[in-house]
Design a protein around this ligand. Sequence first.
Ligand SMILES: NC(=O)c1ccc[n+]([C@@H]2O[C@H](COP(=O)([O-])OP(=O)(O)OC[C@H]3O[C@@H](n4cnc5c(N)ncnc54)[C@H](OP(=O)(O)O)[C@@H]3O)[C@@H](O)[C@H]2O)c1
Length: 169
Amino acid sequence: MINHNTGEITIIVALDENNGIGRDGDLLCHLPNDMKHFKQITTGHTVIMGRRTYESLPKGALPNRTNVVITSDAAENYPGCIVVRSVEEALSRCSNQEKIFVIGGGRLYRATIGLADRLSLTRIHHSFSDADTFFPEINFDEWTLTKKEAHAADNKHRYPYTFLTYSKK
Ligand SMILES: NC(=O)c1ccc[n+]([C@@H]2O[C@H](COP(=O)([O-])OP(=O)(O)OC[C@H]3O[C@@H](n4cnc5c(N)ncnc54)[C@H](OP(=O)(O)O)[C@@H]3O)[C@@H](O)[C@H]2O)c1
């Protein structure tokens, strides 16, 4: 059990119908509206990520956010980031007012789903047979759906997707 004294912790993730989230160190597909949604929700706040997710960011640390990377690697390899060794250390570095977003990947989601107050899911309505990284199983009995917004596929979005927000019961 990890004790923390931070503000609300939200897990944000885009996942397919099988909870697939990644392949070969990258995302399963590119959905520009999901990127916009992610930016809109997380800007101005703290984002916590695992080392492999940091490595997947095309331009390194995300602008206008406090970036926290969890790794056993040397801090100088993560410019613009607060580098910590564990989830406990990440949370201990955040103030009690701070709104925190856990932005992946699979290993970090598994370590934090029990701590989260909110889930911000983008459900991609497709099954990617080659996914190699997964979000943990969600027990929906523990969560209340507070927002749902469905989007059809279009010329910029190959698959339909739904934004879903849940609060912990
Ligand atoms: N669909 C989405 O929304 C989404 C979001 C983010 C990422 N992804 C995808 O997910 C994949 C990466 O996920 P992943 O599971 O392979 O890696 P990850 O969780 O991003 O990073 C794993 C590494 O981070 C450190 N780490 C993570 N959790 C830790 C913990 N609880 N305690 C200590 N260290 C911890 C370790 O670093 P060291 O080995 O350096 O010690 C570990 O090897 C990529 O394909 C990425 O594109 C998808």
